[in-house]
Ligand binder design. Structure first.
Ligand code: ATR
Length: 275
């Protein structure tokens, strides 16, 4: 898509959604690139999704982001899904064209771009351990598989959800019981995708003793930014990556599909989002 000729009309839909940082991110890039438009938060309850989305189409929106709890339900309203959204089983970005919805998923891109920006020398040639098997884990694992990670150890409190996710690539994903999440001796990348460690949630209990010192530790939790997992990893000398970048980088790809401009994540934007 080429750069937009009319003001961008975009939004994020969710329930609740008022807390979303996405309007701030997109407003920053619109201004930086001298583009007209707006990006709003629109609260849509689950039973009002179809009507709410129809209103956006009728109002001439170019597209919208999708957050909890609509990422799976929105798929049924899409005329088509891209390969990534189909493989992940969720949509976080919609483009509206000729009154039709096209579903995409930019979360895997956001995760991988953040990782590469934070750790430019990272090689995806050794096993990774992923904690959690929810929606975020699906995007993380899809991204890792695309990068060629040879083996992913996946562990989750509910083993059946981990087994369902492992079906994405049974040859490369093995399910590890939750009580064996401390077995990290062959790991070069450890990723927490659970909500454990987030403000108001229980702590993530994990023993890092077996983790090689060179292994990168990534936490998708960004409130607080420096989680107990990241502090513990940093104290023993492991490289760490905070989770805020995933949010920022997934937004880049969405901005690109709506405007034709691929924006950058800079320090000023990161500071604004964390303020
Ligand atoms: P998201 O879309 O952000 O990934 P989610 O789909 O609700 O959110 O997934 C949350 C993840 O955190 C899941 O892996 C969940 O484990 P279950 O599948 O067993 O529910 C994990 N999680 C949440 N609370 C947890 C807890 N107290 N102990 C262990 N895992 C927990």
């Amino acid at each position: 898509m080429s750069a937009i000729s009319s003001p961008l009309k975009a939004a994020v839909i969710g329930h609740p959604v008022a807390h979303s940082k996405s309007p701030l991110i997109h407003a920053y890039w619109l201004m930086q690139h001298d583009l007209a438009g707006h990006y709003r938060t629109i609260d849509i309850a689950p039973d009002a999704l179809a009507d709410g989305v129809r209103e956006l189409v009728e109002d001439g929106y170019d597209g919208f982001n999708v957050t909890v709890p609509h990422k799976v339900a929105i798929m049924n309203l899409c005329a088509d899904l891209d390969d990534t959204a189909r493989a992940i089983g969720a949509v976080n970005t919609v483009v509206i064209q000729d009154g039709k919805l096209y579903g995409k998923n930019t979360d895997a891109f956001g995760f991988i771009e953040n990782l590469k920006q934070a750790q430019p020398c990272i090689l995806f040639d050794k096993p990774a351990m992923v904690l959690g098997a929810g929606g975020a884990a699906r995007a993380v694992i899809y991204g890792l598989l695309q990068e060629g990670v040879p083996r992913i150890h996946l562990t989750n409190r509910s083993v059946n959800k981990a087994e369902q996710l492992a079906a994405m690539d049974p040859a490369r994903i093995d399910v590890v019981p939750w009580d064996r999440r401390h077995e990290l001796n062959d790991i070069s990348l450890l990723i927490n995708t659970t909500s454990l460690g987030m403000a108001g949630q229980p702590a993530l209990e994990i023993n890092l003793t077996a983790l090689p010192r060179g292994a990168v530790v990534y936490d998708i939790v960004y409130a607080p930014l420096m989680t107990d997992l990241l502090s513990a990893a940093q104290m023993r000398g492991n490289p760490i990556v905070t989770g805020i970048g995933m949010l920022l980088h997934q937004a880049r790809a969405a901005f690109h599909v709506w405007t034709g401009v691929m924006p950058e994540v800079d320090a000023a934007l990161e500071k604004k989002v964390l303020a």
